[in-house]
Design a binder for this molecule. Structure first.
Ligand SMILES: Cc1cc2nc3c(=O)[nH]c(=O)nc-3n(C[C@H](O)[C@H](O)[C@H](O)COP(=O)(O)OP(=O)(O)OC[C@H]3O[C@@H](n4cnc5c(N)ncnc54)[C@H](O)[C@@H]3O)c2cc1C
Length: 328
């Protein structure tokens, strides 16, 4: 079969897969429904502030991920975050973040790759000439030698309607949602704290985004709701969600630090719903690759709910495909 290899989804997994394929000499193109690369390793910007509203930081344990990150660490696209975070719950390993926003990791991974943005793939078709991808406008005409699904498993299942055995494997993977609120205050909140996690049912995670490297001076906070709360409010109005999570902040801060009676005024708040935020039941394999169909799948959902897992899954699929497709 002729044509480029198509990777659907330019999150960390899709980008890591595409990089391996490019490195092995294959032509590869990524289709991404969003406006930029990075997926859930994301940054939302307003006129005055930036918010890492998805992944907060990433920990590096695997040598292959460490080897890749040496470059972005050198160029400054990735740095280390040193928040004031209470010792009883703080992560012990170094906390890596994209700089100046978490999405810098995706941009670094996308370097040299052909990423077609704002293109959602809604259907796949395969015939003797290869794979044809359909976007919502049906504007794509190229054939592809192979296809990679690098999107959350529940979103990949509908694209696999013609491949029930593969779809059944993915159907066993489950995700939980997460509501994220982004709040900017007129002045820095006068509390000796930049991050905290604890099992609060409403607001387990809070982070002063501005304490990350090169985030600017606005006192921007990211608040992540608990899983059960997010499920219960899944279809709620985003404004109401933002208001509820911001209202909880003083009480939540007071669980760990002294909080003044009056906090600085809020400039603005908003909320984002991550419908597929965290993998609850992973596949338990690095990736899926079906050489006869020239169809693969990767993502954090193969291994676990972490940026590093997404990278390793994508890389594993890229290596498996490069090995199989080399002789074609
Ligand atoms: C709220 C939250 C907090 C988190 N905190 C952390 C943390 O602190 N540390 C950590 O390590 N991890 C964290 N994670 C998890 C981490 O973000 C993910 O594990 C990782 O980013 C997943 O990467 P991925 O490439 O597998 O998937 P994704 O990032 O989801 O990438 C999939 C991409 O595919 C695109 N897409 C989907 N469907 C289509 C389609 N049909 N056509 C075209 N494109 C499509 C999407 O727009 C997206 O860009 C968090 C995630 C969330 C949501």
């Amino acid at each position: 079969m002729n044509g480029k290899i198509a990777v659907i989804g330019a999150g960390v997994a899709g980008l890591a897969c595409a990089r391996e394929l490019l490195h092995a000499g294959h032509d590869v193109v990524l289709y991404e429904k969003g406006g930029g690369p990075g997926g859930r390793a994301a940054t939302r910007r307003t006129d005055t502030a930036g918010f890492d509203h998805g992944a907060q930081y990433f920990v590096v344990r695997d040598p292959a991920f460490a080897e890749y990150l040496a470059g972005p660490l050198r160029t400054g696209a990735v740095g280390v975050w040193r928040p004031r975070w209470p010792a009883d719950t703080r992560e012990q390993a170094p906390l890596h973040v994209g700089v100046p926003g978490m999405n810098a990791l995706g941009r670094a991974l996308a370097g040299g790759l052909d990423v077609i943005h704002s293109t959602e793939i809604v259907d796949l078709e395969r015939d003797a000439d290869g794979w044809r991808l359909h976007d919502s406008l049906d504007s794509l005409n190229q054939r592809h030698a192979a296809v990679v699904l690098a999107i959350p498993a529940p979103q990949a299942v509908p694209l696999l309607a013609g491949y029930p055995a593969l779809a059944a494997r993915l159907a066993g993977v489950s995700f939980s949602p997460c509501w994220a609120a982004m709040a900017e205050f007129e002045e820095p909140l006068p509390v000796e704290l930049d991050a905290d996690w604890r099992p609060d049912p409403v607001l387990p995670w809070l982070a002063r985004n501005a304490s990350k490297p090169r985030r600017g001076s606005a006192d921007a906070w990211v608040l992540h709701a608990g899983t059960e709360w997010s499920v219960a409010h899944l279809e709620a109005d985003p404004e109401a969600v933002a208001a509820a999570l911001v209202a909880r902040l003083p009480e939540r801060l007071a669980q760990v630090v002294a909080v003044p009676a009056k906090l600085p005024p809020l400039v603005a708040s908003r909320a984002h719903r991550w419908r597929y935020a965290r993998v609850e039941t992973p596949l338990g394999e690095d990736c899926l690759w079906h050489p006869e169909l020239a169809l693969g799948a990767c993502g954090d959902w193969c291994i676990g709910a972490r940026v590093e897992a997404a990278f390793l899954s994508g890389r594993a699929l890229g290596l498996a495909m490069a090995g199989t497709l080399a002789g074609r």
